[in-house]
Design a protein around this ligand. Structure first.
Ligand code: GLC
Length: 750
């Protein structure tokens, strides 16, 4: 429908109808206005597969393919693969008459304790933003809509509806918002879903700075914003801030609020934003309704309800899991060749392949690891532990005895459902004690032991030195069982890399002591130092670093070439990395590109991921990965001038297969012509006069005004961090404050 037709439609709506449209019809659809041919559209979770349900949705949902949750998909380091997952979800959305898929979830993993870490991609905004963009482009390539969520900083579950997060401007811009900025600009999501929490006092659902100034005015977002379910505080202020759709619908309640806000009637909720007086203009209402209807009609017209191939999607789910699981340790036990394997752990027959809460999919075809492994070799099973009773140690000895009689043991363990979910955070990062004791006892009797972990977030691994190999399978979707078997038996070569740091213990983590906060407040005191940025800055050795992952082959990083060794901040730089597969099997490598500023004027991380590329290389062959870096890749956020800033400096470009292993490096000298200065004032420090464009003029004026043959000598020896106002104390007889202020004003106005 053309914009002009929508404009005409809006002019025919009554205020009551407009107010109705800005709130859901129920929990999963928008309001239709039949008399004007306005359709209703359907929304459905979730980020890694559809969860079509009735009511508020805690019953069984319509079956759909359960793809790997974000925590594993991100480890693929493959934006194209993410797009493939999105496209399959988009096909199922069309098949199931869903117009907006409520995902992807893209919040930064501030702490591994976060209950929804399984649902989010990474601790790094570049990796997170690119994978999210892939999913969005995939879903939207099938003409279905998306809701990038939760905008912004939904980093914890504890008190998520009210928590007030105190976050610095740099941390917001460089980490938490950056994760959304890239997909908003690159993939243009149909909608965004705002988060429950407050940021520096303002609820996301009514923050004009967040939903209008940043999202629309700066980033150019054109869709509409919906609330998370129940996230609306003051509905009228929400419309003023840029929140078009309240979900779920609240019927008469908030319709009346909006009508009264326009008509000057009583508005129940007290306004929080001092610039908002609970008054809305019809123009503001019309703008919100227009944004909503543009999306509603666009998606309604693209409905195809085309049947899709769920079996093919299952194969896609297996493929993605296979390409994403991370081989953390291998002292030769893998891949499995022959012999008899003791498969131990109830997760081998009751696989844990997704997290709890609104993202939970009624999976169509779940593969059990034991069944898949049985296809590849001789196996025997022992339960080892109970998923229903953490304190059940009764199955350990039987499992250890079985392992002793086999050629190897594969223990499939991890975090039971009750350990992590939407709605609550973890309080520790330990595996259940029964799983740990099982590992110890099995290893004692069978040194050739492999551990396969099924967990939605990092765990401590006290056993890491005792076992022969560890495969981090994370929560791998319905195809995880097949992927685990394929990787263990070498039918596929592991190529996943960690999208988050694994700490040795929780006290190492950046947010430790400030998670999840107290009295409904949480201080993001680590600032920009989230994830590997923290560990590297503080030289803390983690258990496993960001970007780490092994293969059954080996890669040698041969060379890095830059298109220039000097550039201005407005140039782009091409980086070519060459690497060789020096092993005996074909494999894929996630080449990572980091940038380090050598002498920054502000605190900056040791290095930051700026690009990555998954490269397939046949055994013995060489390939290259080419990247383009631009201004933003060298910039930091200047919280004095509130802009992205590049300073002239030497930058080092590093390339490698892990954040802790970048064998290639090359330097480029960046020159920035941009001047950053505020007008001179009495607080300007003497040292700033050297670089300020009007510094010399001011000094010349000052010499003329107070003169003296010793002026230059005195001036040169002033303490350089003193402010201009101290001149009055030093030259009290000759220089008064009004004289100084006038000198400064004359200089600024020149
Ligand atoms: C939940 C979640 C959100 C989900 C929505 C609908 O509270 O925070 O991710 O899409 O409600 O289920």
């Amino acid at each position: 429908m053309k914009k002009s037709e929508i404009k005409d439609l809006v002019s025919k709506l009554t205020l009551e109808e407009k107010a109705m449209l800005l709130s859901g019809k129920d929990a999963w659809s928008t309001v239709p206005i039949p008399r004007l041919g306005i359709p209703s559209i359907n929304l459905s979770d979730g980020p890694h597969g559809l969860r079509q349900c009735n009511g508020l949705g805690w019953g069984e949902s319509v079956p759909a393919t359960c793809f790997p949750p974000a925590v594993l998909l991100a480890c693929s380091f493959d934006e194209e693969l993410a797009k493939k997952q999105g496209a399959a979800i988009g096909e199922e959305a069309q098949d199931q008459n869903v117009q907006i898929v409520l995902g992807p979830g893209n919040n930064i993993k501030r702490s591994p304790l976060g209950g929804r870490c399984f649902e989010y991609f990474s601790e790094d905004p570049v990796l997170s933003g690119h994978i999210a963009a892939g999913v969005i482009e995939g879903i939207q390539s099938k003409k279905a809509g998306t809701a990038l969520k939760h905008f912004a900083c939904n980093s914890q579950e504890t008190e998520r509806f009210v928590i007030d997060e105190k976050i610095s401007e740099r941390a917001l811009r460089e980490i938490y918002l950056a994760s959304f900025e890239y997909p908003v600009k690159k993939a243009k999501p149909t909608t965004l879903m705002c988060a429950y929490n407050r940021i520096n006092g303002d609820y996301c659902s009514q923050s004009k700075w967040l939903l209008t100034d940043v999202l629309r005015s700066e980033w150019g977002f054109k869709g509409f914003v919906m609330s998370d379910w129940g996230a609306v505080d003051n509905r009228a202020q929400g419309v003023y801030a840029g929140l078009e759709l309240e979900m779920p619908g609240t019927g008469e309640e908030n319709k009346r609020e909006l009508v009264n806000a326009v008509n000057g009637g009583p508005v129940a909720m007290p306004p929080v934003d001092p610039k908002f007086r609970n008054k809305l203009t019809m123009r503001q209402i019309d703008k919100a309704v227009t944004r909503l209807l543009e999306v509603v009609f666009a998606l309604h017209e693209k409905k195809t309800e085309k049947p899709c191939d769920y079996a093919k999607h299952h194969r896609t789910a297996v493929e993605i899991a296979r390409e994403s699981m991370v081989l953390l340790k291998n002292s030769g036990a893998l891949p499995i060749k022959g012999g008899k394997t003791a498969v131990i752990g109830e997760m081998a027959v009751r696989p844990r392949y997704q997290g709890g809460g609104s993202s939970c999919v009624n999976a169509i075809d779940v593969t059990k690891p034991l069944d898949a492994m049985r296809e590849y070799g001789e196996v025997e099973y022992a339960q080892g532990y109970s998923l229903d009773d953490d304190a059940d140690y009764s199955r350990i000895n039987e499992a250890a005895d079985l392992a002793a009689g086999c050629d190897r043991a594969v223990i499939i363990c991890g975090l039971p459902d009750s350990y992590e979910s939407e709605g609550y955070d973890r309080t520790h990062i330990n595996l259940p004690d029964s799983h740990l004791r099982l590992i110890d006892e099995v290893v004692r009797k069978q040194p050739n032991t492999v551990v396969v972990l099924c967990n939605g977030a990092p765990v401590a691994m006290p056993f890491i030195g005792k076992v022969n190999a560890v495969l981090e399978a994370y929560l791998g979707g319905e195809g995880a069982g097949q992927a685990i078997a394929d990787l263990l038996y070498g039918k596929a070569n592991p190529c996943g890399k960690l999208a988050e740091t694994f700490p040795q213990f929780i006290e190492q983590t950046p947010s430790y002591g400030n998670f999840p906060g107290e009295n409904s407040r949480v201080e993001y005191s680590e600032g920009i130092y989230v994830g590997y940025r923290w560990y590297e800055k503080h030289k803390i050795p983690p258990l496993f670093p960001f970007g780490y992952g092994l293969s059954y082959t080996t890669f040698r990083y041969d060379s890095i070439t830059l298109s220039a060794d000097e550039m201005t901040e407005n140039d782009s730089l091409t980086v070519t990395v060459k690497l060789t597969n020096t092993g005996s099997v074909d494999g894929k490598e996630a080449v990572q590109l980091y940038v380090r500023q050598e002498a920054p004027r502000v605190s900056r991380p040791e290095k930051e991921l700026k690009a990555f590329k998954k490269v397939f290389i046949k055994a013995g062959e060489t390939a290259e990965a080419v990247f383009t870096l631009d201004r933003r890749d060298f910039a930091y956020w200047d919280d004095k001038y509130h802009c992205w800033r590049v300073d002239s400096d030497k930058f080092t470009i590093l390339a490698g297969g892990s954040s802790d292993n970048c064998p290639l490096a090359a330097s480029v000298q960046v020159t920035s012509q941009q001047q950053y200065c505020e007008p001179l004032n009495i607080h300007t420090q003497f040292m700033e006069l050297k670089t300020h464009p009007k510094g010399k003029t001011f000094t010349d004026r000052l010499r003329t005004a107070i003169g003296g043959d010793k002026f230059d000598e005195i001036f040169a020896h002033l303490p350089q961090d003193w402010p201009l106002r101290t001149l009055v104390q030093m030259y009290d007889s000759k220089l008064t404050m009004p004289m100084l202020v006038k000198l400064i004003e004359q200089t600024n106005q020149e």
